[in-house]
Design a protein around this ligand. Structure first.
Ligand code: NAD
Length: 356
């Protein structure tokens, strides 16, 4: 089979980690007789430098014409002082919006091989961690009205969180559908004791739940959820939450499963071109040093094979290759522990590709 994949390598470690993912995908293509055509597009800081726009029209139109999009990461100190509309992150937000990607699926699994990298007590860790965060991606405070002004007490600034019934309904459905294929439990995380938008969220989620009688639904305040994630992560199956809470909680979920460098994600929309990206940022502190962990990006490709190309066997092949590589003791610095073999980004790509 033949598929077109738009590759937005982005900034910082973006190019290094996407190169490893492409290496692995090419091995998958070879093994199964597929053809993947990779087309590079610019987004973020790289696009700002070249075109003065973090999301040039050409990038969006190439992505729209592709079967799927692979993204590395965007951003870095070089562009931090830019006005908010001219920041690399704005290019990513516009790309998600342009492709209609409203659901971000972020599985967080603790591999048995990585138990030494888990910062939790062994009795907590031994209960296992297998969580899927379903984060709303196109609404809420990241897309709400914002502004700055001069007030009585000096400068003022605001960002507004707004959610509509339609937005909550479609993300809640995505979470319940995800739960149907897993342990059939949804924990909806909000701040309904304080926020009006959370109270609407809660009532719409309850309505959607009626269509999924086999799925157990519980509600949890975000502050409690942050605590429960480290206290007893095994209680969670699917976490359904807003754009901002999902952003924060999935970083926490990544840390308890070893490293932010391990976690993949799929951003799904109704239009059919989905985007796959690791959950971490551009890690400017380690960029260009062959230190980044490419596994989150490589596992994002497994999600692409599964969700966009309906290739379950090929997806599992990547996941098994990652497990074998870890089993045999290979580690990047972020997941290193004593007795293991520390390797760089490029060798990690080679090791995984070699086990396809
Ligand atoms: P970050 O995720 O880039 O880095 C946080 C920490 O995790 C750093 O110490 C980094 O070295 C480490 N890390 C991240 N990915 C790693 C990997 N694959 N292997 C090993 N270590 C890894 O977050 P940050 O430092 O808050 O942000 C840096 C830049 O990235 C900022 O400009 C931010 O806006 C941007 N950002 C982009 C995205 C995205 O493109 N999706 C997401 C988050 C942050």
């Amino acid at each position: 089979m033949e598929f077109k994949i738009a590759v937005a390598k982005g900034d910082g470690i973006g190019p290094e980690i996407t190169d490893q993912a492409i290496k692995v995908m090419e091995k998958v293509a070879e093994k199964y007789g597929h053809r993947f055509e990779f087309n590079n597009v610019e987004v973020g800081g790289e696009a700002l430098d070249k075109f003065g726009d973090p999301l040039p029209q050409s990038t969006l139109s190439t992505c729209k014409k592709s079967d799927a999009v692979l993204l590395g990461a965007v951003g870095g100190p070089k562009w931090d002082a830019f006005e908010s509309d001219k920041r690399p992150e704005k290019g990513l937000l516009r790309l998600r919006k342009g492709l209609g990607l409203f659901a971000n699926i972020r599985p967080a699994v603790l591999y048995k091989q990585l138990q030494d990298a888990c910062p939790l007590r062994s009795d907590i860790m031994n209960e296992g961690i297998d969580i899927c965060v379903v984060r709303e991606l196109m609404g809420g405070i990241y897309f709400g009205e914002r502004g700055k002004s001069e007030g009585e007490n000096g400068k003022e600034a605001f960002d507004i969180e707004t959610y509509s019934e339609m937005e909550v309904k479609r993300i809640a459905k995505a979470a319940f559908e995800t739960a149907m294929g897993r342990e059939k439990k949804v924990t909806s995380v909000d701040k309904a004791n304080v926020l009006e938008s959370s109270r609407l969220w809660r009532s719409v989620v309850e309505e959607v739940a009626k269509d999924y009688p086999k799925v157990e639904l519980e509600h949890m305040y975000v502050d409690n959820a942050a605590m429960q994630l480290v206290r007893r992560p095994s209680q969670f199956d699917v976490i359904l939450t807003t754009n901002m809470f999902g952003d924060i909680l999935s970083d926490e979920a990544s840390m308890i499963t070893g490293s932010i460098g391990m976690l993949p994600s799929a951003s799904l929309g109704e239009a059919g071109v989905h985007m796959y990206e690791p959950i971490h940022g551009s890690a400017p502190d380690i960029a260009g040093q062959d230190m980044a962990n490419p596994i989150g990006t490589i596992l994002s490709c497994a999600m692409m094979l599964r969700h966009s190309f309906n290739m379950e066997g090929e997806a599992r092949t990547i996941e098994v290759a990652v497990e074998k590589t870890l089993e045999e003791g290979f580690r990047t610095g972020d997941i290193m522990s004593s007795g293991m073999k520390q390797i760089g980004t490029c060798q990690m790509g080679d090791e995984i590709a070699g086990r396809i």
